[in-house]
Structure formats: structure tokens, C-alpha cells
Write a protein that binds this ligand. Structure first.
Ligand code: ADP
Length: 898
């Protein structure tokens, strides 16, 4: 120990000095200088001169040197170690010459060699040779060490890159570069097999379907060429790509079949060259059945750099599948050693790991991104809290909700803290309902669930302190149970989930309400479907159908779709509507349309519906306008009109009156027949009564007593009235049957009026009848008999309904603006009560006051008047006030009557 300490100290000092900055600097300079050309030659010359002078000087000072050649040995060793053996050999020659010339006596002359001097020189040469051999060995060792260090550094570099570099291409490039540098290859390339996200190969290993992932040592053009072409398992590459074994070839050109001269040999070569045999050779080689010399064809594409030395190793994944290949090539033969092969296999293994890592990393990243996106897009609010209840993570929904409740500690407590603390105590909270009023004062309902995040602890060891504490302080049996049930786990945090059920509740309520409405509607539909009459509900000014019963389809002869406007429905189904007299009814006059457009309730409106097939149906329509608000259709309803007013609604009932019409027709027919049959006996009675009066007046036969004469006159008057009545009845039936004919001719209305008035003047004394005709003659085209019938009716009524007498003014004049003749009859009689005015032109219609005054009548006169006037293309109307009198007007067109 004592001896070794000073040695150790000395060694330390030397090493310190050797590594001191100055020396290190000097060493760098020397190293640099050593690399200069001629530095070896200079050292050789100067060294030899210095050594020779040193030996001469030493000889002079100390005496002749026994073995002067040894002094040269360090120089030879130096040259052999730092430069090369050629310099050392020259130095040895020089050294032998110097020893012979200067130090073998006689010195400084050329002399013949004696056996003694020869022995001396040979010994020196042998020693120098030995030194040289040792130095060469040291040199070789140094090179080996340097090489090993270099490989280690390179592998280290790759190892570092493997953990730090995630870019697959850069990594493969680095590995290829390292492989090339360490093996001295001309080029290095990585070809890979396409794989899916799970690392499974997408293509078979056969058929050149690999692609180039990285390449070094080729030109840009070559690289571009390789990028375009698929690479893979043919030729020398087949054992690598197909069977996953490395291939090392000293001279690939040796495998290319030499051109043969004979035809048979050429054919043989071609057949050997066939793909199948090459594949078989690759298989046999991979399974050790064939020496590498048996491999056929290079399998390099056109444009590939020349390959003579070839080394390739497969990239194998975890399952032993070939993932790709790392390929090295050199244009000279015999460049790759067994060590290179081992190195390449190692590098390929590292590359496989790197690729797998890169794939796992990118798939993990993709998964993380996917999960992130899912987490963020979940509609429920999700929050992760740590064991202290601090929020670690929250998704967008949760963030929004917590932000909205920032100032509402109570709600936050209910939503988050309570559930989280339960979960941290090991309980699983399931769908706890919580109601929260948010900042917009809206009530929202949540189902809160929370579950603990478990962290596994070391197996059966003692329970962690935290859990023990919880055990100690917990008062809840539930907590205890849950903790003891899984003693290996403690909650390291909790997940709280808020499921917003506000909308779901609302939807449920709406669905229930809707179902109820539907049920009520179905019931209503069932009820109205059973009604014999057509009943439907329309809405809006265009009368869109809302509800209809079964009979509606029968009445219209087509099915009316809900929401379809009436006009569209009629048009598409070719349905037309007529008045009772057969004239077309304008759309605006339909009872249904009037109810929704004017809001009036139209009752007992007679219409005749004509279906597409021509069948007709007389109907009695009642269209009642309803209040939309009463129906519960509020003003916010989507179907309101432009002003936001609720749309009008009407319920319409159509009654089929075919049977009634038939009865009416039969009645009219009966009346017609009866009236017709009455005519002849009446004519006989009237004829005989008038004959009796006339003959008696002429004095023929016995004179009659006064009472007899009065009786006969009464019979005459009564038969006259009966004749008029039967005529009226016949006219009515003719009108109903459309058989009333007009005999139109130019008629002087003025003269007609004068004549008629004159006839009436003689029948009454109570009334003063005046006529005003301007101009005196107004000629119109009309049936004079019928116009006289109309005027007579009006005159008759004016007299009849003025029981107290009074003025009756008849006027006839020309109205140039309307191109019409205007006739009026005014009386001061009993007038017509307002409530009956609108129906006074109907058949058999009589006002109440007529009955009250006991004035007889049939109610047919005005009906006939209107029909006759309208058939002349004219118009009849009146003005009347009860107790004051009435004025009836007739307007007849001046022009030609068609
Ligand atoms: P009638 O045979 O009853 O007169 P009309 O058809 O001529 O039948 O008249 C119908 C009803 O009109 C009458 O019953 C009467 O109530 C009323 N009326 C017609 N003309 C007048 C009038 N000038 N003054 C008052 N009421 C009248």
C-alpha cells in the first residue's frame, strides 16, 4: 500500500499533466500536423539525423556505444504507429545504413561486411522487425477499439433517437445513415410494408408491394425513382421480405447467370431464371436447405445503383411478421463482414422497435384526441375532481354550467360538492335529482351521478393512512360497507356527471298533452263520423280543412285532405256548386266561404253540389262562424294571419235534402194538377154566374130578388179570386219546372202603367191613385202581359195593405245612368216589419202584421213578381217602415232583351 501510493500519485500527476489544457492543446496541434502530407517524411529524416547525432555525441562523451541501433527503435515505432509501416520500413533501412556507415569500425566509410558486423546488423533488423510487429498489433488493436467505440457511439445515438425522435421518417433515415457509415456501405435503404392502425400488414409479403421509407447514399434522381416504384420480395430480397432472414452476399454479380453459347444452355438459364424457381431458391435458402450461391437473380430494378456487395436484414414486428427490410449495398465486392451482418440485424431490430413505438405513439395520440373530442362533445356535464375535491378537468357543458352558477354557492354545492364528497368516501351516487334555477331564472332539472376513481394500492399490505382515518371517523354504515368491500382500492378522485333532464321532462309532458289531445280528437272524430250529415271545420279566409266526418266525403264525392283550401279541393276534384235555380254559385257566395270571410253565420243556405261524374246533390248548408279563441287557438298560433289576428274558423253542416226536394217536387206537381183541374169547373161556375147576372140585367127570365142578385155577384167575385189563385199557383209550378215562357215584344211601359192604374182606380174609392210618367212613353222589350201582372200585384198589395185608404203614387221614369226604366209603387199602408223584410220575396211568405190586420193572401204574389222581373233581366226591391207605408221598385233594362 505504502509503495503503491507514491506510484499512484506519480501516475495521477502524469495523467494530470497529459490532460492539462496546454498539453491537450499541444496534442491537438500535433495531431493536426501529423495529418499534413510529408509530415511522416519530415519526421523520418529529422528523427534519423537527430538519433545519429545523438549517438555520435554520446560516443564522444561516454565512449563507444555497444548497441547504437537501439536508439533508432523509438523513431521506427513512432512512424509505424502514427504514420504507416512504409515510413517505418524506410526508417529501418536508414537505421541499418547509419549503423553500418557511422558506427561499425572503421566508422564513416564504406567497408566490406564482416561476419561480426553482419550478425550485428541482422540482430538489429530482427529486433526492429519485432518492434514493428508489436506496433502493428497495437495499431490493429487501436483501430479495433476505435471501431468498437464508433459503433457504440452510433448505437448510443440511435438509442437516444429512439426515445426522443417520434418522426418515423427522420428516425429511419438516421438508422440507415448509421448503418451505412458503420459498415462502409455505398447506400442504405429502408423498405416498409404498409400496415393499418393496429400494426397489421395491409398487403402480403409477396408481390413487390413494399414502399421506400428512407434511403441514403443515392442520387436525388435515383431516390425519386425508388419513391415511385413498389419494392419487395424478388431476387436477393426474397429471403428477407418473405421469410424474414438476413442475406449477405460478397459478390452479387456472381449470381447473374453468365451468357451461355449453346441454345440448350440458354434455355436452361432462362428456365432457372423463372420467377418460381427463384422463389423456391429463396425459400430453400431461408430454411437452410441451400447455400447462398444457390440464390438466383439480383431483383434490383432498372436505374438502381450497381450492387456487388449486398447485405440485408428484415424488420420483424412483435409477432415475427416481416415489417420491412434494411438493405445495404456497395459497388465493390466483399465489403460486408459477419460483424456488419450482426450489426445490421441489431439495427433492424431497433428500427422495428422504433417503428412500433412510433405507431403506438401516434395511435395513442389519435386515441387521446378521439377521447378528448368525445369528452368535450358529450351533452352531459362531466367533472373530474381530485381527492381534495378540486376540479381537475371538466368538459364544455360542465364548464358552462359551473360558470353560470358561479355566484350560486348553494346550487354548486348540491350539484358538485355533495356528490363528489360521497364518491370520495367510496359511495357510488346514482341519478340523484337536483333542481337548479339558473341565471336566466329558468328552472332546470339534473340527474347527478358520481363514482369514485379508484387507484390500486400495493396488494395485501396495511391500509393507507387516509383510509384508516376515514374508517375511524366515518359514522355511516354505508361508507363502511363500501370501503371494506374493496380493501385494495382507495378513491383518488371522483367523476361527477350531470344529466340535464329538463328537456326530457318537458318533452314527456308535451307528449302526454299531445296524447290526451289526440285521444279527445279521436273521440270527437268517432262521434262526428256517426252523424248522418256532413260536418266539417274550416280555418282561415281560404277555408282550409281542419276536421271532417265521414259523411263529408260522401257529400262532396271526394276526400278532402286536411289543410287543403276549399277552392283547391273543389278545383282538383272537378266539383261545382249551383244555386237552387240551376245558376252557378260564385265562390264568394258559398256558405262556407261567407262564414270565414265575413264572419257571418249563414243558415239554411240551399246549394246544389255537382260531382265530377255529373251526379247532383241538393244540400242545405249551415255555416256557423266560431270564435277561434274559444276553440283554444291563441293569437300566438302559427296559423295566424299577417296582422297576428287569430284566423277565422267556421263549422259547416251540409244536410242532404234530396228527399225534401223530391217531396217538394211532388207537392208542386200536385198543386199544378189540382190548379189545372180546378180551372174548368171554375170557368163553368164563373160563366154561369156571369150569364145569370147578364141575362137578368137584360130582362130575360124572371126577375131576381135583391138577395138573390147579391148572392150571384158574391159567387162571381169569389170565383174571380179563385181563378186568380189557380193562375198564380199554375205560374208557380211552371216557374219551378222551368216551363214559364215569356213573349217578348216592344212594350210601351208608360201606356201599360196608365192602363193598369185606370183599371184599379175603379175598384176603390178610399184610395187616391196618382201616376207620374216621364217621359210619357218608355219603350222596353218585355212580355206586356207579365209586366202588367207584376204591376197589378204591386197595385193590389198597395191597396190591400192600406186598409185605411190614402195616397198611392205610381211613377215610371228613365234612368239613363243605369240604362233602365224605373217603376215604383208607393203607399202609406201598414208597412212590413223589419225582421221579416229579408224573406218577403220567398214563397208563401206573409208578414205578421198582414195576419194581424186580417188581410187575406197567399204569399205567392211577391215571389212571382221577383221571378218574372228577374227573368226580364231586371231587379225588384222595396223600402218599408212598419205603420208608415212601403215603396216597391222595379228596374227593367232599356236595351234589347236576349
Ligand atoms: P199576399 O197574397 O199575402 O199579398 P204577396 O206575396 O203579394 O202575398 O205579399 C207577401 C206579403 O208581403 C204580404 O202578405 C204582406 O205581408 C207583405 N206586403 C206585400 N206588399 C205590401 C205592402 N204594400 N204593404 C205592406 N205589406 C206588404
Amino acid at each position: 500500500m505504502a509503495a503503491s501510493t507514491p506510484m499512484k500519485k506519480a501516475a495521477e500527476q502524469i495523467s494530470g499533466a497529459w490532460n492539462s489544457p496546454r498539453i491537450a492543446e499541444l496534442r491537438t496541434v500535433v495531431t493536426k500536423w501529423r495529418k499534413l502530407p510529408y509530415s511522416g517524411a519530415i519526421i523520418l529524416v529529422i528523427g534519423t539525423v537527430v538519433a545519429t547525432l545523438f549517438i555520435i555525441a554520446l560516443g564522444r562523451a561516454v565512449g563507444p556505444f555497444p548497441n547504437p541501433g537501439l536508439v533508432y527503435l523509438p523513431l521506427v515505432a513512432l512512424l509505424a504507429y502514427h504514420w504507416n509501416w512504409r515510413y517505418a520500413v524506410i526508417a529501418t533501412m536508414l537505421q541499418l545504413f547509419c549503423v553500418y556507415y557511422f558506427f561499425i569500425s572503421p566508422p564513416n566509410t564504406l567497408k566490406p561486411l564482416t561476419p561480426q558486423s553482419t550478425a550485428q546488423l541482422v540482430t538489429l533488423a530482427a529486433v526492429t522487425g519485432f518492434v514493428l510487429a508489436i506496433v502493428q498489433l497495437a495499431r490493429f488493436r487501436r483501430t479495433m477499439a476505435e471501431h468498437a467505440a464508433e459503433r457504440l457511439t452510433a448505437l448510443n445515438r440511435i438509442g437516444t433517437a429512439l426515445v426522443s425522435e417520434l418522426d418515423e421518417t427522420r428516425l429511419l433515415h438516421l438508422i440507415a445513415e448509421t448503418a451505412r457509415d458503420l459498415t462502409g456501405a455505398g447506400f442504405a435503404a429502408f423498405t416498409l410494408r404498409p400496415i393499418n392502425e393496429l400494426g397489421q400488414p395491409l398487403v402480403p409479403s409477396e408481390g413487390s408491394l413494399f414502399y421506400l421509407a428512407a434511403v441514403v447514399g443515392v442520387t436525388k434522381e435515383q431516390e425519386a425513382l425508388f419513391q415511385r416504384m413498389p419494392l419487395g420480395g424478388e431476387g436477393l430480397l426474397a429471403p428477407i421480405f418473405r421469410h424474414g432472414v438476413p442475406v449477405r452476399i460478397a459478390d452479387a454479380l456472381a449470381f447473374v447467370p453468365r451468357p451461355e453459347h449453346t441454345q440448350a444452355a440458354r434455355l436452361r438459364a432462362m428456365s432457372i431464371e423463372t420467377r418460381d424457381s427463384a422463389r423456391q431458391a429463396a425459400f430453400d435458402y431461408a430454411h437452410g436447405l441451400l447455400a447462398k450461391e444457390g440464390l438466383r437473380s439480383l431483383g434490383v430494378p432498372r436505374g438502381h445503383p450497381v450492387v456487388r456487395s449486398f447485405l440485408g436484414a428484415p424488420l420483424l414486428d412483435r409477432n415475427g411478421n416481416v415489417r420491412g427490410g434494411l438493405l445495404l449495398g456497395h459497388s465493390e465486392p466483399g465489403r460486408f463482414t459477419h460483424d456488419d451482418e450482426i450489426l445490421l440485424v441489431g439495427l433492424a431490430a431497433e428500427a422495428a422497435v422504433a417503428l412500433e413505438n412510433a405507431r403506438l405513439y401516434s395511435s395513442a395520440q389519435a386515441q387521446a384526441q378521439e377521447l378528448d373530442a368525445i369528452f368535450e362533445s358529450i351533452a352531459d356535464g362531466i367533472t373530474l375532481v381530485d381527492d381534495e375535491g378540486r376540479i381537475l378537468r371538466e368538459n364544455r357543458t360542465a364548464h358552462r354550467l359551473l360558470k353560470a352558477l358561479e355566484n350560486d354557492a348553494e346550487s354548486t354545492e348540491e350539484l358538485l360538492r355533495t356528490a363528489a364528497s360521497h364518491a370520495l368516501n367510496g359511495e357510488v351516487e346514482q341519478s340523484m335529482p337536483v333542481t337548479v334555477v339558473d341565471a336566466a331564472k329558468e328552472t332546470r332539472e339534473y340527474l347527478v351521478s358520481a363514482s369514485p376513481l379508484r387507484q390500486p394500492t400495493a396488494g395485501s399490505g396495511p391500509l393507507p393512512l387516509k383510509e384508516q382515518e376515514v374508517h375511524g371517523t366515518s359514522g355511516s354504515s354505508k361508507q363502511r360497507v363500501s370501503l371494506t368491500s374493496s380493501p385494495q382500492e382507495i378513491p383518488s378522485g371522483a367523476v361527477v356527471v350531470w344529466h340535464d333532464v329538463t328537456e326530457a321532462h318537458r318533452l314527456l309532458q308535451e307528449q302526454q298533452a299531445h296524447a290526451e289531445t289526440e285521444a279527445r280528437r279521436a273521440m270527437l272524430q268517432t262521434i262526428i263520423d256517426e252523424l248522418p250529415s256532413s260536418v266539417y271545420l274550416v280555418r282561415g279566409r281560404d277555408a282550409r280543412l281542419v276536421l271532417a266526418n265521414r259523411a263529408t266525403t260522401e257529400v262532396w264525392g271526394a276526400s278532402w285532405a286536411y289543410g287543403q283550401p276549399m277552392s283547391e279541393f273543389l278545383a282538383t276534384n272537378g266539383i261545382r256548386v249551383f244555386q237552387v235555380d240551376g245558376r252557378p254559385l260564385a265562390a264568394a257566395e258559398f256558405a262556407t266561404r261567407r262564414a270565414v270571410q265575413t264572419g257571418e253565420s249563414v243558415r239554411h243556405h240551399q246549394e246544389i253540389i255537382v260531382h265530377r261524374d255529373g251526379t247532383t246533390l241538393p244540400v242545405l248548408v249551415n255555416a256557423v262562424a266560431l270564435d277561434p279563441l274559444v276553440l283554444g287557438w291563441s293569437s300566438q298560433d302559427e296559423a295566424n294571419d299577417n296582422q297576428g289576428q287569430p284566423e277565422p274558423v267556421a263549422i259547416v253542416v251540409h244536410q242532404d235534402v234530396t228527399a225534401l226536394k223530391e217531396a217538394e217536387r211532388l207537392k208542386d206537381e200536385f198543386i199544378g194538377i189540382a190548379a189545372h183541374e180546378l180551372r174548368s169547373p171554375l170557368a163553368v161556375v164563373r160563366g154561369f154566374a156571369q150569364m145569370l147576372i147578364m141575362q137578368t140585367k137584360r130582362g130575360k127570365g124572371p126577375e131576381l130578388a135583391d138577395w138573390q142578385m147579391e148572392a150571384i155577384q158574391d159567387i162571381d167575385q169569389a170565383t174571380n179570386r179563385l181563378v186568380e189563385l189557380t193562375e198564380d199557383l199554375l205560374d208557380v209550378t211552371r216557374l219551378q219546372a222551368g216551363r214559364l215562357e215569356l213573349h217578348i215584344e216592344p212594350t210601351d211601359l208608360g201606356a201599360l202603367v196608365q192602363r193598369t192604374v185606370a183599371r184599379f182606380r175603379v175598384t176603390t174609392e178610399q184610395h187616391r191613385i196618382s201616376v207620374n210618367a216621364t217621359p210619357e212613353h218608355i219603350v222596353i222589350m218585355a212580355d206586356p202581359r207579365r209586366i202588367e201582372q207584376v204591376l197589378s200585384n204591386l197595385m193590389n198589395n198597395a191597396i190591400k195593405y192600406s186598409p185605411d185608404g190614402g195616397n198611392i203614387d205610381v211613377s215610371v221614369r228613365e234612368d239613363q245612368t243605369d240604362k233602365a226604366a224605373l217603376l215604383s209603387v208607393r203607399d202609406n199602408g201598414i208597412g212590413i216589419p223589419v225582421q221579416q223584410q229579408n224573406r218577403i220575396f220567398s214563397r208563401f211568405m206573409r208578414a205578421d202584421n198582414a195576419h194581424a190586420h186580417n188581410i187575406g193572401g197567399t204569399g205567392l204574389g211577391l215571389y212571382l213578381c221577383r221571378e218574372l222581373v228577374e227573368r226580364h233581366g231586371g231587379r225588384i226591391w222595396f223600402e218599408s217602415a212598419e205603420g208608415q207605408g212601403s215603396t216597391f221598385f222595379i228596374s227593367l233594362p232599356l236595351g234589347q232583351i236576349e
